[in-house]
Design a binder for this molecule. Sequence first.
Ligand code: DGL
Length: 263
Amino acid sequence: MFDSGFGGLTVARAVIDLLPHEDLVYLGDTARYPYGSRPLPEVLDFSLEIGRMLVDRFAVKLLVVACNTATAAALDSLRSELPIPVVGVIEPGVTAVISASRTGNFGVIATVGTVESKAYPHAVAAIDPGRSIVSCACPGLVEFVERGVISGSEVELLARRLLAPIVESGVDALLLGCTHYPYLARVIADTVGRHVVLVSSADETAFALADLLTDLELHHPDLGRSGRHRFLSSGDVRAFTRLGSRLLGPELVDAELWAPGRA
Ligand code: DGL
């Protein structure tokens, strides 16, 4: 599983809870975050590099792209380049927000890269061509999470400014289309109003992963112990361990350095 940084830990949490016997290797590409403001071809290159490394070095049986921006930029290429199944976060999230909305007026907030890719409108149209989704880019929110700031007046102010179009649109369900955003759920809920249902793709992605493991008969057998969890970071590993364990929980005890550009 990989993300630009700490956001994918929301997906890791859901996967560890749902599939406690599976081994997990998580890579946070903190040296190159944020992905959301980079050109998509660059995010595609990073994603392919990471996917190949996880296959070659760890012989992973399946890859979860725990990042919306990387899913938008690279899911198709990862699926055709890698010899293993690849799961993204966009389709599970879209399915969940469609069923959460009672009025049919629903939205997504995401990085600039994800919104510009139009991956969400395309995914909605693929499921139901008659429906549309209100999309809103939120540049700057990821940086707060990466600094460990998930509350306070600074982030509240930014959220109020960025989410104004969502408030005006009157959506009744809002998909957190960036895996960092569930850490800001309280600020987001206070801003858009408690009547708006917030949908995180983390749980839905874990369910999609569980279904795929069952279909492909790839489940790790229950050997009476929990799976092994390994964490890699391309940036400062001590900082990654400190904030990562606060965000994920006790499974993140230490992290190893992975240097991009080398296999
Ligand atoms: N967490 C990522 C996502 O879901 C990317 C955030 C970023 O690096 O900009 O889009």
